[in-house]
Write a protein that binds this ligand. Sequence first.
Ligand SMILES: Cc1cc2nc3c(=O)[nH]c(=O)nc-3n(C[C@H](O)[C@H](O)[C@H](O)COP(=O)(O)O)c2cc1C
Length: 299
Amino acid sequence: MPSLTVHAGGLTLRNPVMLAAGILGTTGASLRRAALAGAGGVVTKSLGSVPRDGHPGPTIVQVDCGLLNAMGLPNPSYKKFQEEIDIARTGGVPVVASIFGSSAEEFAGIARGLDADAFELNLSCPHAEKYGSELGRYPDLVEAVTGAVKAAANAPVWVKLTPNTADIVELGQAAQRGGADAVVAINTLKAMAIDIETGYPILGNRFGGLSGPAIKPVAVRSVYDLALRLDIPVIGVGGVTSWEDAVEMIMAGACAVQVGTALQKGYGIFEEISLGLARYLERKSMTLEDIRGMAGRHY
Ligand SMILES: Cc1cc2nc3c(=O)[nH]c(=O)nc-3n(C[C@H](O)[C@H](O)[C@H](O)COP(=O)(O)O)c2cc1C
């Protein structure tokens, strides 16, 4: 079987199929379980500086071709999470801490206080006031936050970008100027659903973020544009549900992919995607490097 090892954004991954932020990453045990099930790396739930309960329910709705969520960044704060990261690390793969804050200083303080293999800056949550995409849609703020965390952290820094903007490449370029080791694209798309019997929005927060197969073409296009224009690696996320989706994302230019919503199918998804990817490369007599960014080389 061809090697699936990748060097992505300052980390070495045994395979390019990672667990995405916020999905099962709420405890060290579930992160470790994803690692033991075959994930090449795992990302925690986003951690802030103080505990948050998140939004009132319902916080998740199943819609056609995906999920709509407005969790509202519930988390116990980074101060209570180091132990969980240490447990997750016994799974034997890199553990990336997803963090959020309302200012460059807050982000930097969290990065200083946590020991993780890399940091993923959540500058892209579409449903949390003062956080996420409210900061992350301004290139100058993306650059400032990235620079502050780079100066504070002793691990690689990845920046997760929002698709809810006119130009995601501008945000990627800002992250690169700030010194990011990689960008992660994409977070969820701002969306809503309405109960037609009552006329009320279904989510407690009224609007939330759309994920799953519905957003895959948006993610593929974002990764493609970013990979063509940036010098740093791009990690692709959004609707990856099968090995075919992973191949498509890598052909768009991704070094690695993250899987979120498809975890509804169970932890077996990691091995299923890795195995399919390895068999595909073997059948084509190609390596991961051969197919990475292939779509961009045809023009
Ligand atoms: C229930 C749920 C919770 C999420 N929580 C976070 C989070 O805490 N931080 C973050 O950066 N992204 C979060 N995301 C976004 C995912 O990491 C991912 O970017 C998005 O769902 C697209 O990938 P997918 O289609 O594979 O799910 C969450 C997504 C879902 C569905």
